[in-house]
Design a protein around this ligand. Structure first.
Ligand SMILES: Cc1cc2nc3c(=O)[nH]c(=O)nc-3n(C[C@H](O)[C@H](O)[C@H](O)COP(=O)(O)OP(=O)(O)OC[C@H]3O[C@@H](n4cnc5c(N)ncnc54)[C@H](O)[C@@H]3O)c2cc1C
Length: 407
């Protein structure tokens, strides 16, 4: 009997890899330390699972930092969004495109995505074992030889580490995979919570708790993101804030917020000019209403000490400038980031230089492969992270197949 391929972690990367190892001629065992597989996938997208984004590979790659973009290029071209959607559709999970080109299963149930991956993995002959943690990987002569578990060693011809990261510990997030990687000689990029709220006690936003902005623009130095945002008691959350958290690597961070992504300073400036031939006085709150929700416009005025019934004709030049600055360049001092329980992904992880981007092969140990969030490849909200996990899982499966065929 040939020793099995052992996949560590039954999450998005591990299950997708297992599903692509059919007909290997040797057992495939997936070890999952939790009591059920893919808990993060089940929780993803508010349990609706935004598993990809309706963009070309180039479009998806362009939203990533340079190193992750280079590393994920082969994976994203090997599994474009439409191919991933087709794969699920062929397994009874058609999908729909929603706001911001996010793709969800048409059923609106993440369970369908997990069940399709599990069924495909089992159909491919994989034995998914829950409640079994990998404690280490034994290496002999530079090649993986076995996986250590509490019940003893499991011989292995190849090992795929797909353990995810420490984000969302209540959903099984753990740094166990980072420890395994480090023990095997892989370098680690220090980790921190990502896709997590921005903590700020901001006088403009504080009274706006519960308000959702349809689309804001946030800037930190040369990095800019756009999207919905939600004011919360702790600061700012929602997709734009979560995406910005990926770029906040030192605190405090001085972020600049445009309260409406669709208007420039010139747009706001020109709407504050008294219209020619207008009928009667125009209120400032009405003029701002074309860009901002009413409550936000009122709060902008209050924060600047402008009377609620102010009209454009009475507005001073200084107040006009202050309004434009507040609407299109409001400074927010971010003093913290939501901690691991609030984070959706892990920033940092296995150093990309130690893994081959076309195959997910370890450059340190033969027979070892690494995929998914365990690597230093966090992407924005909108389906990037699940897609990246599955696409790297696919490349690993292909490489395992090719490598074992030659051995
Ligand atoms: C609340 C929430 C919502 C999210 N929503 C979205 C979304 O809508 N779209 C999106 O693209 N991304 C989303 N993400 C991110 C996405 O879920 C992850 O990036 C993705 O699941 C990573 O896949 P993975 O396979 O690398 O890791 P995971 O899916 O985390 O799977 C890793 C598995 O390995 C297991 N494991 C770890 N160590 C060991 C060990 N030593 N032995 C055995 N098993 C082990 C873990 O228990 C886990 O089941 C969300 C995350 C969270 C927390």
């Amino acid at each position: 009997m040939h020793p099995p391929v052992v996949i560590v972690g039954a999450g998005a990367a591990g299950l997708f890899a297992a599903a692509h190892l059919a007909g290997l001629g040797r057992p495939v065992i997936v070890l999952e330390r939790g009591d059920r597989p893919a808990r993060k996938v089940l929780a993803a997208g508010g349990a609706r699972c935004n598993f990809t984004n309706d963009r070309s590979p180039e479009g998806m790659l362009s939203a990533l930092p340079t190193a992750a973009r280079r590393f994920l290029k082969p994976a994203m071209y090997e599994l474009p969004s439409e191919a991933l959607r087709r794969w699920f559709a062929e397994r009874g999970v058609p999908s729909v495109v929603e706001d911001r080109r996010c793709v969800f299963p048409s059923s609106g149930r993440s369970r369908d995505v997990v069940e399709a991956m599990l069924a495909a993995a089992r159909q491919a002959g994989a034995d998914v074992r829950t409640g079994v943690a990998c404690r280490g990987v034994r290496v002999e002569d530079g090649h993986v030889a076995a996986v250590r578990t509490d019940d003893g060693d499991l011989p292995a011809a190849a090992v795929l580490l797909a353990c995810g990261g420490p984000a969302a510990p209540h959903l099984g997030g753990t740094d166990a995979g980072l420890g395994l990687l480090a023990d095997l000689g892989h370098r680690l990029v220090p980790v921190r919570p990502g896709l997590t709220p921005l903590l700020a006690d901001d006088p403009l936003l504080r009274p706006l708790q519960g308000i959702t902005f349809e689309a804001v623009r946030l800037r930190l130095a040369r990095h800019a993101v756009e999207g919905p945002a939600l004011c919360a008691h702790f600061g700012l959350t929602g997709p734009a804030a979560l995406d910005m958290s990926l770029a906040v690597d030192t605190l405090p961070a001085n972020i600049v917020m445009s309260l409406s992504a669709s208007c420039t300073a010139d747009d706001v400036e020109s709407c504050l000019v008294v219209p020619r031939g207008g009928h009667g006085p125009v209120r400032l709150s009405t003029a701002l209403g074309q860009w901002l929700p009413r409550r936000v416009a009122a709060q902008v005025m209050q924060s600047l000490g402008i009377a609620p019934d102010m009209t454009l004709s009475r507005l001073t030049q200084a107040d006009r400038r202050a309004v434009v600055r507040c609407v299109t360049g409001h400074p927010i001092r971010v003093t913290g980031l939501g901690d691991w329980p609030l984070a959706m992904v892990t920033v940092g992880g296995g150093a990309l230089g130690d893994v081959e981007p076309r195959t997910m092969r370890s450059r340190k140990v033969r027979g070892l492969y690494v995929a998914g969030e365990l690597l230093d490849v966090a992407g924005p909200t909108g389906g990037w992270n699940l897609h990246g996990a599955m696409a790297t899982g696919l490349l690993a499966a292909r490489a395992i197949r090719a490598d074992l065929a030659q051995s």
